[in-house]
Structures are given as structure tokens and as C-alpha cells.
Write a protein that binds this ligand. Structure first.
Ligand code: AMP
Length: 213
């Protein structure tokens, strides 16, 4: 295994990037960097940029590249990223992917593939723990709003409502999907079928990384 491992998780909203990245961070012992999660913390903590960011997120639109890039370059400059990191939800545009290449060389890009027709149900049924951020689904927990992992309170993300989900899926198609070819052309892409049980997706990812690392 290399001394540093830099991974990008790509895939549509609801493809399981957050779920898989939070398992990989424990397995690989490198930080999980979710730009969406950083933004939600900015909003919750009333950061000066929070209100501006919230407007974009609430509309299902992307936060402007300059804002994203400043936050990301600050984050990967920290000590805990010396051995690498796992990006979840970044890059989301070709501009971001190009800018990332200027500051860091990514080793692997894991593309979580889920049929488009499954995404609406996966997102609108998603429940996120306020405390440990564990992601669950109504098909598993029913009406319960108690986290099966830590017993904390579950919430429905404000942008997981059908109208905003539709917009986010459109934005993914038009602005984010092109980065899949960007990384495929650079020989970095690993395709993983994410329309399977999370345990199986996780073992497929580890197997694919094990073969290439
Ligand atoms: P996520 O938690 O990855 O689903 O992100 C939630 C929302 O945060 C997205 O719908 C965007 O509005 C915003 N966001 C997250 N990451 C990025 C990014 N790399 N570029 C632009 N906007 C982002």
C-alpha cells in the first residue's frame, strides 16, 4: 500500500457515497471529507458564509466553485490529510476537477453506479442521524426516528424532499456526470455496482482497491 491514498467518491445523489465513505474512513484510516457535510455545519453554526450556502442547497443547486474550492484547499492542507483523504461530493463540476488536479494528485475515483429510477426512493426515504450522521432508510427502519446505530435522533435532510431531489438529479446529470469521463480518460475510475446491499458494495470497493493499490 502507498504511503498516501487519495480517493474521490463519485455518483449521483443517493448512490451511497456518504455511507461507503464513512465505512472506508475507518478501514483505511484517512479522513472522510464531505463538502455537503461541511456546508451543513457552516449553516448550523451560523458561519458568515452559511446563509449564502443555504440558498443554493435549498434550491438543489451547486454552491459556487470559488466558495467550494477555498474550503476544500483549506481542509486538505491540514495535518490529518498528510496520509490522504476520501472526498465525498467533491469534485462536482469539471472546473472543480481541474482545480483539484492543480493542488493534489488523486489515486482512485470510485464511481458508485445506481439505476436512475432507484434514486428518488433512496433519497426521499433517507434518514440521517443528527448525532453520528449514520444514514438509514425507511425500508429498514420504518417510521422510527431513532438511529439504529447510536440511538440518536434521526432527521430528514431539508434537500431530500421530492422537488429539491428532482433538481439535484438534473444538476448531477448536467454538471457532475461529465467528471466520470474526465477520470475514466485518466485511468483512475473504478466502477462499482451500488445497487446492492451496503455490505456487498463495501466489500466490492475494498476488493477493487486491494487489486489496484
Ligand atoms: P451532499 O451532502 O453531497 O448531497 O451535498 C448537499 C448539497 O451541498 C448539494 O446539493 C450542493 O448544493 C452542495 N454541495 C456539496 N458539495 C458540493 C460541491 N462540491 N460543489 C458545489 N456544491 C456542493
Amino acid at each position: 500500500m502507498k504511503s498516501s491514498l487519495k480517493i474521490v467518491m463519485v455518483g449521483a445523489p443517493g448512490s451511497g457515497k456518504g455511507t461507503q465513505a464513512s465505512r472506508m474512513t475507518k478501514e483505511l484510516n484517512i479522513p472522510h471529507i464531505s463538502t455537503g457535510e461541511i456546508f451543513r455545519e457552516y449553516i448550523a453554526n451560523k458561519h458568515p458564509l452559511g446563509n449564502k450556502i443555504k440558498e443554493f442547497i435549498d434550491q438543489g443547486a451547486l454552491v459556487p466553485d470559488d466558495v467550494v474550492l477555498e474550503i476544500v484547499s483549506d481542509r486538505i492542507g491540514r495535518e490529518d490529510c498528510k496520509r490522504g483523504f476520501i472526498f465525498d461530493g467533491f469534485p462536482r463540476t469539471l472546473e472543480q476537477a481541474n482545480a483539484l488536479e492543480q493542488v493534489s494528485q488523486i489515486d482512485y475515483v470510485i464511481n458508485l453506479d445506481v439505476p436512475e429510477e432507484r434514486l428518488m426512493d433512496r433519497l426521499t426515504g433517507r434518514r440521517t442521524c443528527k448525532f453520528c450522521k449514520h444514514i438509514s432508510h425507511v425500508s429498514i427502519i420504518g417510521d422510527s426516528m431513532i438511529c439504529p446505530d447510536c440511538g440518536g435522533e434521526l432527521t430528514i435532510r431539508a434537500d431530500d424532499v421530492p422537488e429539491t431531489v428532482r433538481k439535484r438529479l438534473e444538476v448531477y446529470e448536467s454538471q457532475t456526470k461529465p467528471i466520470i469521463d474526465f477520470y475514466r480518460q485518466r485511468g483512475k475510475l473504478i466502477d462499482v455496482n451500488s445497487d446492492q446491499a451496503p455490505d456487498k458494495v463495501f466489500s466490492d470497493i475494498l476488493e477493487a482497491l486491494g487489486e489496484t493499490c
